[in-house]
Design a protein around this ligand. Structure first.
Ligand code: BG6
Length: 484
């Protein structure tokens, strides 16, 4: 049932992810009326021994960040914080989780929830190493008590392992405790507005249907750039590197939505079936189509070993072996400490055959979907330069969300994904088999890097990354276009 008592438990409540993402997302949902005070209670659980008031103090500042002060805001804030209770305990302790369960049950009773109709959502804002004990404890002590209705759902977040083997181990451990319908694997890129728009764009527009294939498209780039380094997360990052942190999950999910075939319907299983299918068609990565980089200064972080060869930048070209995409390189590029912060998809079309305008010097048609910042879609196209001359220039048909959709609010990815979990919609979550194929694609490359078989090229902080990456881009067919 979608009504009735709802208990949301944030495990790792005093950590960074909870403070910066989970609680603010819950607060936004609360403000929009999706979490009703007469139904919802929020529990924080972590090891730190603090009071309810201390937890509320710790998160308060994060909840109002970026919001204009108003009496509405402070009223909402105090009403929201009232809903939060804190329970402290270790992550593998029956005692701690039984106390948590008692709190949840107390809340359910106080809300006159009929037995079995309560909903329990557990958000693991924790490192994956503790997922198995935490999930075991949830299963043992905190499940929704009856199967008359209601549910128990668990949200987990990457990194799901470090390679195929470790990820499969983790999946197996969680799989004996919860079924797929109870597990929500978040990839927050799937909660971004323009990522969600991809299905609509591709399958609801006549424009794109006949063009979206190897006959017309020359190459596709999926790019993530950040203009800051690892910033205090060096210890975590050094164990994973940019491929595990960004490419194997966020960018690969975007690739699925760009490249997959039309699903039978919009049901989560139909969509995810198509994603798995396209991932299965990805060919093994060729080492000569990989460029790694590491920004200078990365190793100054005291938590990063002096001899680290962890890449903070990577360009990896993927090829999809099917009828639609044979011969079209998918250039996946991600880097930290670069010259700008941007995530975008660039679909570059082939040259016009038999060109009579010599427009090549202006460049090719390109369709760009900017995921962030300043969400936008624009098409680069060649037009006649206004004036007396029959000259051509390259211009844009531009749909910038900030201008076109004034008055609309674009929700935060986490906000949307938590709401989906409450509603039981798994469309924007990663299925177990999808995760497995994603690891299959990258594991040989990751092992090669871990064994020291592929060294990152140093690049200057604030640059475009190693020039070898631009060379690989050019070799893959990308032609730089020059706008008007
Ligand atoms: C996270 C990565 O998953 O995504 C971070 O671990 C990265 O390293 C972040 O900074 C980027 O997310 P966004 O939404 O800011 O693009």
């Amino acid at each position: 049932p979608e009504t009735g008592c709802l208990s949301i438990v944030v495990l790792g409540a005093s950590g960074d992810l909870a403070k910066k993402k989970t609680f603010p997302a819950l607060f936004n949902l609360f403000r929009q009326g999706f979490l009703q005070p007469n139904e919802v209670h929020i529990f924080g659980y972590a090891r730190t021994n603090i009071s309810d008031a201390e937890l509320r103090d710790r998160i308060r500042g994060h909840l109002v960040k970026g919001k204009a002060a108003s009496s509405d805001l402070s009223e909402d804030l105090s009403n929201f914080l009232q809903l939060i209770k804190y329970v402290s305990g270790p992550y593998d302790s029956e005692d701690g989780f039984s106390r948590l369960d008692k709190e949840i049950s107390g809340h359910e009773i106080s809300r006159n929830s009929k037995e079995g109709t309560s909903r329990r959502l557990f958000y693991l804002a924790l490192p994956p190493s503790v997922y198995p004990p935490v999930c075991k404890m949830i299963k043992q002590c905190c499940m929704n008590k009856s199967d008359l209705g209601g549910w128990t759902r668990v949200i987990v977040e990457k990194p799901f392992g470090k390679d195929l083997g470790s990820s499969e181990d983790l999946s197996a451990q969680l799989g004996v405790l919860f079924n797929e319908q109870q597990l929500y694997r978040i990839d927050h890129y799937l909660g971004k507005e323009l990522v969600q728009n991809l299905l609509v764009l591709r399958f609801a527009n006549r424009f794109f249907l006949p063009l979206w294939n190897r006959d017309n498209i020359d190459n596709i780039q999926i790019v993530f750039r950040e203009d800051f380094g690892t910033e205090g997360r060096g210890g975590y990052f050094d164990e994973y590197g940019i491929i595990r942190d960004i490419i194997q999950n966020h960018l690969l999910q975007v690739l699925c939505l760009v490249a997959m075939e039309k699903p039978v319907s919009l049901t989560p299983e139909h969509i995810r079936d198509e994603k798995v299918k396209v991932l299965r068609s990805v060919l093994p990565i060729k080492m000569e189509e990989v460029v790694l980089g590491q920004y200078q200064g990365y190793k100054d972080d005291p938590t990063v070993p002096d001899n680290s060869n962890t890449p903070t930048f990577a360009t990896v070209v993927l090829h999809i072996h099917n009828e639609r995409w044979e011969g079209v390189p998918f250039i996946m590029k991600a880097g930290k400490a670069l010259n700008s912060r941007k995530a975008e998809i660039r679909v570059q079309f082939k040259d016009v055959p038999g060109d009579i305008f010599k427009s090549k010097k202006q460049g090719r048609n390109e369709f760009v979907i900017r995921l962030q910042p300043l969400e936008a879609m624009y098409m680069k196209l060649t037009v006649k330069k206004p004036g007396l001359e029959m000259a051509t220039i390259q211009s844009e048909l531009d749909l910038s969300y900030g201008q076109r959709y004034q008055g609309f609010t674009i929700p935060e990815a986490y906000e949307r994904l938590i709401l989906d979990t409450i509603r039981g919609d798994q469309q924007h979550f990663v299925r177990r088999d999808e995760l497995k194929v994603a690891w299959e694609i990258f594991t040989p490359l990751l092992h090669k890097i871990d064994e020291g078989g592929l060294e990152p090229i140093p690049y200057e902080t604030g640059s475009r990354g190693p020039k070898e990456a631009d060379e690989l881009l050019a070799k893959s067919g990308y032609v730089q276009t020059h706008g008007y």
